[in-house]
Design a protein around this ligand. Sequence first.
Ligand SMILES: N[C@@H](CCC(=O)N[C@@H](CS)C(=O)NCC(=O)O)C(=O)O
Length: 237
Amino acid sequence: MIDVHFVPTPNGHKVSIMLAELDVPHRLIQYNMLAGDHLKEEFRHISPNGKLPAIVDPAPKDGGPPFPLFESGAILFYLSEKHDNAFMPNDLRGRSLAQQWLMWQMAGFGPMHGQAHHFIRYAPEGQDYPINRYRNEAIRLLNVLEQRLHDAAYMAGDEYSVADMATWPWVSAVRAIQVDLEPYPSIRRWHAEIGQRPGVQRGTEVTNERNLAKLRPKLNEEEWSNLFGENMLRSGQ
Ligand SMILES: N[C@@H](CCC(=O)N[C@@H](CS)C(=O)NCC(=O)O)C(=O)O
């Protein structure tokens, strides 16, 4: 039984989707980030970066002790390798394309959408510069994805892969950065098709829809500190 240290966010859903797609028994251990669950010392032994998701595999393929993993993209690669390279194309080019697009999601699409999300939701009103900067970059990355999905059925080519799994939950969250998918027909085709997969539906059963829609949620001092302030800074020391 794999333990998944989990929050129902796009990064969390990448892993819950993968495990549902693989039909691998797992246990979702839900964290309350507002309460600072992720800042606890014991979580650092699982995720040295103190962020979610993370997993612990009690039965790694090498027969060694339980193996903790952090970083959602690395978790997808690990689970794929453990399960006969599931959701990874077999040929050299396809495999490399899946890696390239998954890296693109991890280094670009996710962080830029995440920052746009942060400033739109949490910055005091009137701070247009960071909102425009990150939202424009988020939109530019959607344009890149649109072109790719115009040229190919899936991000790595003909097959659904870990790259799609990593990107799909972030596309599902674009309304949080006030973007409409109307001008992106290829993304809409791809998003709707993947959304029909039973594994994707099971992997996204635990959501936080209400929270996603809330603009400028009111956080108390402790919650703010746990997410963005002193408590967050102190936890890594
Ligand atoms: N690159 C990381 C990002 C993880 C991440 O930022 N997780 C968020 C939740 S989606 C988190 O833990 N936030 C708590 C914090 O920033 O302190 C991954 O993909 O796993």
